[in-house]
Design a protein. Structure first.
Length: 169
């Protein structure tokens, strides 16, 4: 049986904690860049009309810089042009409890939400690494497979046309 040595895919991440936005609004921006190449993701976020766009762009640029820095420090061969956004997550941070004055001396409570943005980039695998080797001893012959019984298939019921009633005069 032939085995392929699986190369460990390096991931590089960056975080922006305690950002003043709700996680739901941050996810709208992050969902647009998941799985994209880094250059395309930067362009998408840069021209986004959402308020979280500049924050996500800053985190993405930080993740790219982390990739180049770690690759230089550890002597890895990481191609920045080959990076893609592997994960982009918006986790909920602590909520700030606030009070809004209300009529007749009352007060209404509301919560300011905070978000932790986490972006992970990784290097795209080359086409040669995606090749799978299938061994002959792994595949079972068709004779050894158990017979599968087919369930009885019901025929759809035929709808009867309703008889029209003749109006009596």
């Amino acid at each position: 049986m032939a085995k392929i040595a699986a190369e460990k895919v390096r991931e590089f991440r960056a975080e922006a904690k305690f950002q003043r936005s709700s996680p739901q609004k941050a996810k709208l921006v992050l969902d647009t860049i998941k799985g994209m190449r880094v250059e395309q993701a930067l362009n998408t976020v840069h021209f986004s009309s959402k308020r979280m766009g500049p924050v996500v762009e800053k985190v993405l640029r930080s993740a790219i810089q982390n990739a180049t820095y770690v690759s230089q420090e550890q002597g890895l061969d990481v191609d920045v042009d080959n990076l893609y956004v592997r994960t982009a997550v918006a986790n909920e941070g602590p909520r700030l409890k606030r009070i809004r004055p209300a009529p007749m001396g009352r007060a209404f409570r509301y919560q300011r939400r905070l978000v932790h943005v986490i972006v992970t980039v990784a290097e795209k695998k080359s086409a040669a690494a995606d090749v799978k080797v299938v061994s002959a001893d792994i595949a079972e012959p068709a004779a050894k497979k158990p017979a599968v019984k087919k369930a009885a298939v019901k025929k759809p019921a035929v709808k009867k046309a309703a008889a029209k009633k003749v109006a009596a005069k």
